[in-house]
Ligand binder design. Sequence first.
Ligand code: FES
Ligand code: FES
Length: 218
Amino acid sequence: MGGANGKEEVNGMEEAQVFEGVSRRNFIKGVVAGGTTVYAAGYLFRQNGVTLAQAAAPGTVERLITLRVNGQDRPVDVMPQETLAMTLRYKLGLTGPKLGCDRAECGACTVLLDGVNHYSCSIFTHQVRGREVTTIEGLAAADGTLHPVQQAVLDETGFQCAFCAPGFIMSMVVMVRENPNPTRAEAAQALSGNLCRCGDYNKILNSAMRAAEYSRRA
Ligand code: FES
Ligand code: FES
């Protein structure tokens, strides 16, 4: 919004009064450019306990939101109809979730929402506010120790090109939690929402069975 003297106004205050020298336009650029910049900037713009990024005008959708991803709060600029896959890959730099079909068929984009596997290409980012998002980047321990499912896939060299691997691995994580001792048929059923274009299902199932074995030991 343009102020009377050419300065922008935010909530009726001149930009200069609110931001103390930090332009709103530059702040928005920072959101698009990288989450870490914005993470710090969020503290600067707090006013009466609400960040200006969270204060959407009536009738509009808040674009500057904070997502909980892999145990971290990640401020990000999100368009109203942006999918979670797009936000994760192109705004937050988390390229583990792949975009294959982009229409809920292949499972390459699978992530966990509150521990449940979902296609991130088929849910709007605004719908996951307040939920815990986990991508494959968040599976390993802080010291780099792989999740038992990741270790099992590595030991079985379970994929050919591995484009589908992150999605399968996220579904395996749920499988071993819900059924720690699956039959091969049960593993196939649990992973039926994921497709492998290389047709490497035999090795993928070997990985799934080993993943269950490692998870029982963990
Ligand atoms: S990219 Fe999401 S299901 Fe295929
Ligand atoms: S290993 Fe290539 S798509 Fe699955």
